[in-house]
Design a protein around this ligand. Structure first.
Ligand SMILES: O=P(O)(O)OC[C@H]1O[C@](O)(COP(=O)(O)O)[C@@H](O)[C@@H]1O
Ligand SMILES: [Mg+2]
Ligand SMILES: [Mg+2]
Length: 339
């Protein structure tokens, strides 16, 4: 059998499980809890993937009928994904507290011997669920600060993004991929449904320092600050392609590989932007920095922002290093002009 054909047939590569085990060696004092936690997330994502794929058949599309803490109409799949991930994390036993986009308050799992805290956006891109467009899940992991065995406290939850020990997302797109980092580079795994396994398909992901794609909701252009409008104008005049799926994970994923910038700035309607710091911006900021890119709120590195509220929002400029620094220069020049 020719080598080429062999490569084309079955992905007999590294499974996620094996990769996690191998990389546990990075942590001399590792005792396997973080590895198990990552497996718990991967397991829940396989179930959610199945629910998404058959949403139209199983009456899983459409709104739940209520609103979540964000004041958004909660979609059925938002609620289902929320339950699936929370259940998997509680059953896994490694997590003492969970912050979820779909839950107003912190969930105390009762696993007080759990070393970790997880912040999660169970389903990202909710507006795209019913129209068969790529959606995702975003997760962020912290080690607790308080004594193991005691009730988790707010200081365990309100940690800066620089304190994350792992972060990642699952993209439910034309194929399902899990992309994550534990602070030692970024790796991507593709799900093989017939085998029920994630396989390493994109090792050591690095994002181009420069790209030709800009992603923002231009429908809100008039509500952007003059500086951000000038930067968007600059992208247009530079012949960049405007690409906006409306699912943060999907837009981020494309730009991660092709090079580009995703912008969700503050607007007159949303002065703090739309995206949430703990379970959307921090995890993807850690990923993009590990891949050689940048993430800022326009004035400060996202990962250094001190969280003060579970569901706080922040403006976001994330992606290729040179594009993010260009955007920052536009914002700085506006600030300088005002002073
Ligand atoms: O419709 P808008 O204002 O452009 O917002 C789209 C953004 O909102 C989000 O849907 C917010 O995330 P959720 O779907 O998890 O609430 C992002 O995925 C997306 O990038
Ligand atoms: Mg989201
Ligand atoms: Mg969501």
């Amino acid at each position: 059998m020719s080598h080429d054909l062999e490569q084309l047939i079955l992905p007999t590569g590294t499974t996620l499980d094996r990769f996690i085990m191998r990389h546990q060696a990075h942590f001399p004092f590792a005792t396997g809890e973080l590895s198990q936690l990552l497996r718990d997330i991967a397991l829940a994502s396989k179930i959610v993937n199945r629910e998404i794929n058959r949403a139209g058949l199983a009456n899983l599309s459409g709104a739940m009928g209520g609103q979540n803490v964000q004041g958004e109409d909660q979609q059925k799949l938002d609620a289902i994904a929320n339950v699936r991930f929370i259940r998997a994390l509680i059953n896994g036993g490694e997590v003492c507290a969970i912050v979820s986009e779909e839950e107003e308050k912190v969930i105390d799992t009762g696993n007080w011997h759990g070393k970790y805290i997880v912040a999660i956006d169970p389903l990202d891109g909710s507006s795209n669920i019913d129209v068969n467009v790529a959606v995702g899940t975003i997760f962020s992991v912290y080690r607790r600060k308080t004594l193991i065995g005691t009730k988790p406290e707010m200081q365990d939850i309100m940690q800066k993004g620089t304190d994350q020990v792992a972060a990642g997302y699952i993209l439910y797109g034309s194929s399902t991929m899990l992309v994550y980092t534990t602070g030692h580079g970024v790796n991507g795994f593709t799900y093989e449904p017939s085998l029920g396994e994630y396989y390493l398909s994109h090792p050591n992901i690095l994002t181009p320092t420069m790209g030709k794609i800009y992603s923002c909701n231009e429908g809100s252009y008039n509500e952007f600050s003059p500086a951000v409008r000038k930067y968007v104008d600059y992208c247009r005049e530079s012949g960049y392609s405007g690409r906006y799926i409306g699912s943060f994970v999907a837009d981020f994923h494309r730009n991660l590989f092709k090079g580009g910038i995703y912008i969700y700035p503050s607007t007159s309607k949303a002065p703090n932007g739309k995206l949430r710091l703990l379970y959307e911006c921090n995890p993807l900021a850690m990923l993009v920095e590990q891949a050689g890119g940048d993430a800022t709120n326009g004035r400060q590195r996202i990962l250094t922002i001190e969280p003060t509220d579970l569901h706080q929002r922040t403006p976001l400029f994330i992606g290729s290093e040179q594009m993010v620094s260009k955007a920052i220069r536009y914002i700085e020049s506006e600030t300088a002009a005002v002073q």
